[in-house]
Ligand binder design. Structure first.
Ligand code: C5P
Length: 430
């Protein structure tokens, strides 16, 4: 654990500081052009950015681009602005250092503790969170030398992002692609919020439902909900960065980037979601039901479009049938031994409260009814949460008082939920 570690499940107590000083290190890979978007994203969120490229990076993107976007001069060597002692100053004053793209070469140099240019000197000086974002060909990523170097960095508390799978330079596809700049920036902000991301879930299988279900009325109409899928995708991103094998069973979502390395299975209706969750949960160590599932579906689905004047009865009065409760079904399957006793099951509760009970009280009652191990409760009144990039609420577990989750990005909330999952799995000896 690095010195930024937060106690599991506790809201980090790092005071927000703005603007924060973020150093973007850029090394010499073709993905260097994406660093320009990363700089822009970080600046647009109000942070100050300083770009430190390697010599090789400037073969791909000119210093002028980085200077214009960051508003700071750019140099690659420790021999520029020597009077300002740049080679230590930049690292000392950084709140976060992100190296994106990080080539196999720069990863090796960082692992070896070298300081033969301004970027590696800066990383060596930095005591703040360091995020390294590899981009290279699959063969280089899987080379034992790179594997060892990445493991060394992770052991030292550096967050090494899992690369995305996809198109590489040339015709190849595979793991090694730079994640999208927005994903990198979000992870940097999560580390800046005081969240530590340990690579401790290697070999664990995590199954996450996300987004909203849609229940057909006829070929053109459906009943759906406002879920964006952001919370589920944020959980997938953090689980993936912890090293887990992640599958997302996704209903309707807004346009979201696939978390690095995660597999996505698309579904539309509750019955499709149930079929996927029931079969895949048998193989999962952690199951998270963050999807917003329709409690009811139309009792019948018209095979052709219903029309005013012809189907007025059906259009004016909907007859609905109750959907099965997938979460409860998963808990029951575990009780019956169809799913391993060691599988951790997490549910969500979106509550608005009513005249008699607060959102937290309703969530506590739901937690008892559902029988899952962890429940993330949200207050969704007044348009909060759904579709929003932020979330807040309470994490409920069997043994403990509710833990309050302060307002934060869905990724920061996700990291706290997964810390609680980790804690209860360790307590259970998993
Ligand atoms: O009962 P309610 O819909 O509020 O429960 C919310 C939790 O139950 C969420 O985790 C949701 O994914 C899950 N759920 C389910 N099957 C349903 C309805 C909700 O698994 N039919």
């Amino acid at each position: 654990m690095s010195e930024t570690a937060n106690p599991a499940g506790q809201t980090p107590s790092v005071a927000p500081k703005h603007p924060r000083n973020i150093v973007v290190g850029v090394s010499g890979g073709i993905a260097a052009y994406k660093a320009a978007h990363l700089v822009r994203n970080l600046k647009e969120h109000g942070d100050d950015v300083r770009v430190v490229p390697t010599e090789a990076a400037l073969n791909f993107v000119g210093a002028a681009t980085f200077e214009a976007l960051s508003g700071h001069p750019v140099s690659t060597t420790v021999f520029d602005a020597v009077d300002e002692v740049q080679h230590v100053n930049i690292g000392q004053h950084a709140d976060a250092v992100v190296v994106a793209p990080a080539t196999a070469d720069v990863i090796a140099r960082i692992a070896a503790g070298r300081a033969d240019d301004l970027l590696t000197a800066t990383v060596l000086v930095a005591t703040c969170p360091v995020i390294v974002v590899p981009a290279m060909h699959t063969e280089m990523w899987f080379n034992p030398a790179t594997r060892d170097n990445v493991a060394t960095l992770r052991r030292r508390g550096i967050t090494v992002m899992e690369p995305a799978h996809g198109r590489l330079t040339g015709k190849d596809t595979g793991p090694g692609r730079l994640p999208e700049p927005e994903q990198i920036a979000e992870l940097v902000r999560t580390r800046l919020a005081g969240i530590d991301i340990n690579y401790d879930w290697q070999g664990l299988k995590v199954l996450i439902s996300a987004g909203g279900t849609q229940e057909d009325l006829d070929p053109v109409r459906f009943i759906g909900n406002r879920s964006s899928g952001r919370q589920g995708f944020a959980l997938a991103e953090i689980a993936s960065q912890r090293g887990a094998d992640v599958t997302i069973v996704a209903g309707n979502t807004v346009d979201l980037q696939t978390p690095s390395g995660a597999e996505i299975v698309n579904i539309v209706s509750t019955s499709e979601l149930k079929a996927e969750m029931d079969s895949r949960a048998r193989d999962a160590d952690i199951v998270i039901m963050s999807a917003a599932v329709s409690d009811y579906r139309p009792a019948s689905v018209a095979s052709s479009k219903m029309k005013k004047g012809t189907n007025d009865d059906a259009l004016s009065t909907l007859h609905m049938t109750e959907n099965p409760d997938i979460l409860k079904g998963l808990v029951a399957a575990r009780e019956q031994g169809e799913i391993s006793q060691e599988t951790t099951i997490v549910g969500f509760a979106a509550e608005t409260g009513d005249e008699k009970s607060s959102p937290l009280e309703l969530a506590q009652a739901k937690f008892q009814r559902k029988g899952c191990d962890v429940l993330m409760a949200n207050d969704v009144s007044e348009g909060k949460v759904f579709g929003n990039v932020n979330n807040e609420g309470w994490i409920l577990t069997k043994e403990l008082e509710p833990r309050t989750v302060a307002h934060g990005t869905k990724q920061v909330v996700a990291a706290q939920i997964l810390d609680v999952v980790n804690e209860i799995r360790h307590e259970a000896g998993a």
